[in-house]
Write a protein that binds this ligand. Structure first.
Ligand code: NAD
Length: 434
């Protein structure tokens, strides 16, 4: 099939590359010319395992190309995927500015009857809006059909997830469009859920809202466990063995971040408001997550009272491991709070340093390794559970720090090893060691 993908961010680029890999002819369009030039030379502007290899392979075999010119990018295409950002607006609802602009550009250059496929996460009813927006701006006499194909990939394992996800959702109010979408997606060999437009849009929000709820729930159980002398590792294991609960997403920590859960939970609350329906569960999920981000610094402040002039090593900055994405990363509020209390902060992340420099305070110093970060530090704080950080032995901290005092916001280490290491070790929902 001949496909254009609009937007080459985490979702658009991975979608474009993977659609090319299963044999489609794909042109990716982005308004960011620098990004397009980088991509044309076979370099991925984002870090995702396996992406660069697939990108180069499909450029070389002629299945994939890139342009910032809509006319060139849409020529001869029968399917146009929209994968531009839908960030959080000021009132919490999804901001559709990028969608609007993309629709206007599509309408101006569309020369074929086309199926518009929305990958971006958009509020219920937006696909009908997109259809109307494009139709009212069309220059040529063409017909369009519309489909929703929400994305469920996880940053950090985006390519893997595209070929190994749990399901693909295709939504349309037109049977023939659903058949075409099903045909394109057959190449991924995953279960396909066929549904109407609005249900497809709702599946995406309901899924993210449920996952965010699971995280806030286990964090609440962790905070209580700590107060009453229980261990959240054991609690989560015992809970997760019940198949109705399931054992994934039961890791206590300093809360969720990233470009999806925070904005999508707020957006569904806003969808509820517009439908005059309150969503008290989700409102509390959002509040609980905000509070959870402070919990590790609060532990530090409780122990030290005054951290002014103390050297703090922050290990892990990205909102989760295996990505360079800093959007809504808990490390932002944690470092700000440390600095506001007078601490001297040195941070280390295996891949997110460049992006972190753009969003963290200029007072944060950046280290090139774990050792470099903890050298001479009074306190070490683990904020992202990178494999490298998890594998770094607790007993090695004392070789570099003034005294090995570790606050682990992701429960990277077992309490047994923490005890053996002799380090002072605080974590989430578990007793402190030494
Ligand atoms: P992103 O910010 O990484 O990328 C968006 C891209 O769109 C950018 O490269 C930008 O330059 C480009 N763009 C903006 N306006 C454009 C226009 N008019 N024409 C062409 N290109 C344009 O965003 P993302 O993380 O890939 O997310 C995209 C959508 O997918 C969002 O709705 C998001 O909620 C959803 N989503 C994201 C993830 C994720 O893990 N990132 C997962 C599932 C769904």
């Amino acid at each position: 099939m001949e496909i254009s993908v609009i937007g080459t961010g985490y979702v658009g680029l991975v979608t474009g590359v993977c659609l090319a890999h299963i044999g489609n002819k794909v042109t990716c369009i982005d308004i960011d010319e620098e990004k397009i030039n980088t991509l044309k030379s076979g370099i991925s502007p984002i870090y995702e395992e396996g992406l660069t290899e697939l990108l180069q392979e499909n450029i070389n075999n002629g299945n994939l190309d890139f342009t910032s010119d809509y006319k060139e990018g849409l020529a001869g295409k029968k399917f146009v995927y929209i994968a531009v950002g839908t960030p959080q607006g000021e009132d919490g609802s999804a901001d559709l500015t990028y969608i609007d602009k993309a629709c206007e550009s599509i309408a101006q250059h569309l020369e074929e009857n086309t199926v518009i496929v929305t990958k971006s996460t958009v509020p219920v009813g937006t696909n009908e809006y997109i259809k109307g927006k494009i139709e009212s701006n069309l220059i040529n006499e063409v017909t369009i059909k519309i489909a929703s194909n929400p994305e469920f990939l996880r940053q950090g394992s985006a390519v893997y997830d595209t070929f190994n996800g749990d399901r693909i959702v295709v939504g349309s109010d037109d049977e023939e469009t659903l058949n075409l979408l099903e045909k394109i997606n057959e190449g991924f060999k995953l279960p396909i859920v066929r549904t109407d437009l609005r249900s497809a849009e709702m599946i995406k929000y309901a899924s993210n809202a449920f996952l965010a709820t699971k995280i806030s729930f286990i964090n609440e159980m962790a905070n209580l466990s700590e107060k009453i002398g229980a261990n959240i590792d054991h609690v989560a294991k015992g809970m997760g063995m019940d198949k109705r609960i399931g054992n994934s997403f039961l890791n206590a920590g300093i809360g969720y971040g990233g470009s999806c859960f925070p904005k999508d939970t707020r957006a569904i609350i806003s969808i509820g408001k517009k439908a005059q329906y309150d969503m008290p569960i989700l409102e509390n999920v959002v509040d609980a997550n905000e509070r959870q981000r402070d919990i590790l610094v609060d532990k530090v402040l409780k122990k030290y009272k005054d951290i002014s002039g103390k050297k703090v090593a922050v290990l892990g900055l990205a909102f989760k491991p295996n990505t360079d994405d800093m959007r809504e990363a808990p490390s932002i509020s944690v470092t700000n709070k440390l600095l506001a209390n007078g601490a001297i902060v040195t941070a280390y992340d295996p891949v997110a340093t460049d992006n972190a420099k753009e969003v963290l305070s200029s007072q944060v110093k950046f280290a090139k390794s774990i050792e470099d970060a903890i050298d001479g530090a009074d306190i070490a704080m683990i904020l992202t559970e990178w494999a490298e950080i998890k594998a770094y032995p607790l007993e090695s901290y004392k070789n570099y720090m003034n005294q090995a005092v570790i606050f682990d916001g992701r429960n990277c280490h077992s309490l047994e090893l923490a005890k053996e290491s002799g380090a002072v070790y605080h974590s989430i929902g578990r007793p402190s060691m030494n």
